[in-house]
Design a protein around this ligand. Sequence first.
Ligand code: FAD
Length: 477
Amino acid sequence: MGDPRVMTTQIEKAADATPFDETAFARLEGSFRGELVRPGDPSYDLYRKVWNGSIDRHPAVIARCTSVPEVIAALAFARRTGLVVAVRSGGHSFPGLSVCDGGVVIDLGSMKQIHVDPDAGTVRAQAGVLLGELDRATQAFGLAVPTGSVTHTGLAGLTLGGGFGWLMRKYGLTIDQLLSVEVVTADGEVVQASEAVNPDLFWGVRGGGGNFGIVTEFEYRLHAVGPMVLSGLLLWPMDEGPQVARFYRDWASSAPDELTTALLLRRAPAVDLVPEALHGQQVVGVVCCWVGPVDRGEKILEPMRRFGSRVVDLIAPRAFVDHQALLDPSFPPGIWVHSKATDVRALSDDVLNILLEHAARVTSPRSAIIAWQLGGAVARVGELDTPFGSRSSGYLVDIVGVTDSAEGFDQERDWARDCWSALAPHHAGVYVNWLMEEGERRVREAYGQPRYERLQAVKRRYDPENVFRMNQNIRPA
Ligand SMILES: Cc1cc2nc3c(=O)[nH]c(=O)nc-3n(C[C@H](O)[C@H](O)[C@H](O)COP(=O)(O)OP(=O)(O)OC[C@H]3O[C@@H](n4cnc5c(N)ncnc54)[C@H](O)[C@@H]3O)c2cc1C
């Protein structure tokens, strides 16, 4: 990624927004090799769907891009006609911000090139790559980029918000591995950004979401990982919840950086790995991943595994790619999800009591509370070095109300909101990629004042007209 400006197509802008301009659309069709999907087309419902089943939006056009010139052409069409733009990579935004009503979805899901350079220890990935696809390509060389915890999540949206996951305490967030990006700006220019080139933009994309342009390619630093890690899930009955949760907190607080853990409160999922007798029972769980010598990991994990009357122990040495898929069955596409998230400084007794009390009341077998332990390499990056606002938080807590369909969804959403409200005295920021559409105040909360103001300055420079607003929006003014 050398040349900072590889293409300089200037996009003409709509003088007046028109409902739908067939002439402009015909011009787009002439320059587009990928699929252009419109209402009534057989694949329309397939491609307008996003991961969260509760989102039901009807765009005017879905432009399934296969190349950067097509991204520019689709953006030019949207701007010429004044239609709203949504950018889609993996489609896993909780609030469905990668699909819009009546506008243009610029769908990058088909742009899946991955180039691993094992000698340089770097990988370039196009925006349509999913986490599992990246892991498979890099693990072929015994290497990995720290990303997230469910393999069908999009790499692009995850990276742009920060990207926490199982390698974070050892190696940091996904953004901490980012070396450069290629971006199509609101004016249709293709620019590169790195520490050396357009550093303001490079700072912005490491947490500021899709606010500054359409990122078509990411370049990351790789780390030697696995191929075997020691990882898995432990479960206890909920009536031992208070003891288990407190023991977990104290045990995790002295864990080395090789260990990343999360506390899980839910009904036991009806998946093959969990004994049938437990399905649907309220449980407290610990999920963990140790990336170091297995024998040392066994010693570190032993006290937690032996605690209380544990009913499930799925901890085992396993291939890193298999570990990455461990949570996949709990989050299939199409489930209805409402997320209420907050950071907390620590899992104090009061925080744990609130979480346990609400977990005991949950109805849906899919709803859950998950608390991810931060620290380690995440906390060693400077507070202002990236826009990510949770470096000094102790835990990221997400309360997700989940159902299989509309049935019972309102109840689960209210449960998530109640639990989140009860935690109010302990709120300490929030991870931007876990927000629903909660308004500007919450976006500001995610970044904190100095980072938000700096993001606004980057926004003013790269997208002063707020073309890219289907996101956790940073207002240019
Ligand atoms: C099942 C599940 C598990 C998750 N696990 C984790 C986890 O372990 N760690 C973690 O950090 N997060 C996690 N998340 C949150 C995740 O980071 C966000 O949902 C993220 O936005 C998903 O990216 P995507 O490309 O799939 O999303 P999309 O819905 O495609 O996009 C999300 C947002 O980013 C914008 N965007 C997408 N691609 C681009 C692009 N190329 N250029 C500019 N803007 C773009 C979109 O316009 C939209 O606003 C999880 C989410 C789900 C649903």
